[in-house]
Design a protein around this ligand. Structure first.
Ligand code: SAM
Length: 481
């Protein structure tokens, strides 16, 4: 694929798919204007014209002049009222004149499949950063480290046409559809529909995607719903209905669960972050000797060394630590100079490998004490933990106890609840492994996300609200029966 095709997120829609999408729209709308902001060679305009006939005006734009010419060649005989222009979405005013009309509008198509980080990697611009026209909302999205260009385009387009008589209907990734639903349902009640498609078959890419349909003028809607259908077939029951609670998305079914959904408590923590495993982590030889990532034997005081379990260990139930980690702070931001007087061998080691620690890229290290780590606090030193890996697409909770009297540390791709006692940890593990908790969490996890298990998903269920939990007076912690 050429760099330009990648930058333009160029996956032309097969005509048969565009036709199935238009059939789904069917009688929902009798559009006056059918607008495709990134029309490519015109599959959607061709399909729409078969479905909606000669009455509407068909308006298509694309950044690629050749596509506009091709579209003109194939469509001019077929479509009576046709306007095609080569326009860059980010610097065009096409919508302004349309906004003066009454509609009904059908905003239709398949926006570019590319993310801001891919554009950065290939050193191309096809995003709002350089060409922002739609100022509203840009600040929100440009603050994100990575975003889908289609999300940005559609958010702005839908905002512009919001309240007009019409429908927005686009093929997009499931994750983009969910984000759009989340954004707009936070502002007012809306109902959106999403018909899954087989992107591997249609576009040769393995992505969860579908046809997103949103009425632009939603009034008298009493609650927000995102209705997901398994395919583009007509007259089928929804696969699931996603609703919003406190701005979070969840399957409607989970509302019946006896586990309460909660607004952000902090119980699940992330593990230790140091971004320098070659220096900070050690294999332990049979003779007890420490070997760092440069395969060098290391002689440092034992006090700042802790057993370490990695995400792969947690996910695979390998709970006997094979590694140790150097923990230079007890709290985030604590100075690290005092290591010099208290642990001279550790200090010498840190100085010897200081250049690697200084070269850590993340900006969090720049203003922090020199040998800082993150994801550290009193909770890290609690003897018992209930943990899950955030790297794997499976729910598997593990009970982690101390090793040789020291608490285990977990890496920053793990999440855990810190516990004072084995009893407390076991009771929490029991609640988490209950069928009802597993069903509740399964209903709010989006397994098609890159990292489905996140602290916000975990923290959105109050594990202690299960009816089998009681309060243990001694520790003031909640225990399950
Ligand atoms: C996923 S393809 C879909 C094309 C067409 N809508 C279809 O359904 O077959 C995305 C299209 O967006 C166009 N495009 C990419 N960036 C654009 C921009 N900034 N302005 C207008 N069109 C753009 C590409 O040239 C490409 O034709």
């Amino acid at each position: 694929m050429s760099k330009q095709k990648i930058a333009h997120g160029d996956f032309q829609t097969p005509l048969s798919l565009a036709e199935s999408c238009c059939v789904i729209l069917g009688k929902k709308i009798a559009p006056q204007y059918i607008v495709e902001p990134t029309c490519g060679v015109g599959a959607f305009i061709a399909a729409a014209s078969s479905c909606f006939g000669d009455k509407p005006t068909y308006i298509g734009f694309d950044i690629n002049q050749q596509y506009i010419e091709l579209a003109r060649e194939t469509l001019s005989n077929k479509v009576k009222k046709l306007q095609l222009e080569c326009e860059d979405f980010f610097s065009s005013d096409f919508y302004e004149s349309l906004l003066k009309k009454d509609g009904p509008f059908l905003l239709l198509g398949n926006p570019p499949w590319v993310t801001s980080s891919t554009l950065g990697a290939i050193n191309f611009t096809n995003n709002p950063e350089k060409k922002a026209r739609f100022k509203n909302g840009f600040d929100n999205i440009s603050g994100k480290s990575n975003f889908d260009i289609s999300e940005w385009m559609l958010e702005q387009l839908i905002r512009k046409f919001s309240g007009k008589n019409g429908i927005a209907a686009f093929i997009i990734k499931s994750s983009v559809a969910r984000k759009l639903f989340q954004t707009f349902s936070a502002e007012k009640n809306i109902v959106a529909k999403f018909y899954r498609i087989n992107a591997l078959k249609e576009f040769g890419v393995s992505v969860d995607a579908g046809f997103f349909v949103l009425d632009l003028n939603q009034i008298n809607v009493t609650s927000s719903e995102f209705i997901v259908y398994g395919s583009l077939e007509k007259n089928q029951e929804p696969e699931k209905i996603i609703v919003t609670t406190h701005g979070r998305l969840s399957d409607k079914k989970s509302q019946d669960s006896s586990f309460k959904r909660v607004a952000p408590p902090v119980v699940w923590r992330s593990g230790l972050k140091h971004d320098c495993s070659k220096v900070m982590e050690f294999m332990v030889g049979d003779d007890g000797a420490l070997l760092n990532g440069f395969e060098k034997k290391v002689d440092i005081e034992a006090d700042l060394l802790y057993p370490l379990l990695k995400s792969s260990d947690i996910a695979n139930g390998r709970l006997h630590p094979r590694k140790m980690v150097l923990v230079t702070q007890k709290l985030v931001g604590q100075e690290t100079d005092s290591i010099c007087g208290m642990y001279p061998k550790t200090w010498k080691y840190l100085l010897e490998y200081g250049e690697y620690l200084d070269a850590r890229k993340s900006s969090i290290y720049t203003k922090a004490p020199r040998f800082s780590i993150f994801g550290i606090g009193t909770y890290s030193f609690k003897p018992w933990k209930v943990a899950i890996s955030g790297l794997y697409k499976k729910i598997s909770f593990q009970l982690i106890g101390p090793v040789d009297g020291k608490p285990c540390m977990l890496d920053d791709t793990c999440y855990f609840i810190a516990c004072d006692s084995e009893l407390e940890a076991k009771s929490i593990l029991k609640a988490l492994n209950s069928e009802e908790y597993l069903q509740t969490i399964d209903s709010i996890i989006f397994w098609d996300s890159k990292r489905p298990i996140t602290s916000s998903v975990l923290n959105s269920i109050d594990y202690s609200s299960h009816p089998n939990m009681i309060i243990d007076g001694s520790s003031n912690k909640q225990l399950s029966l």
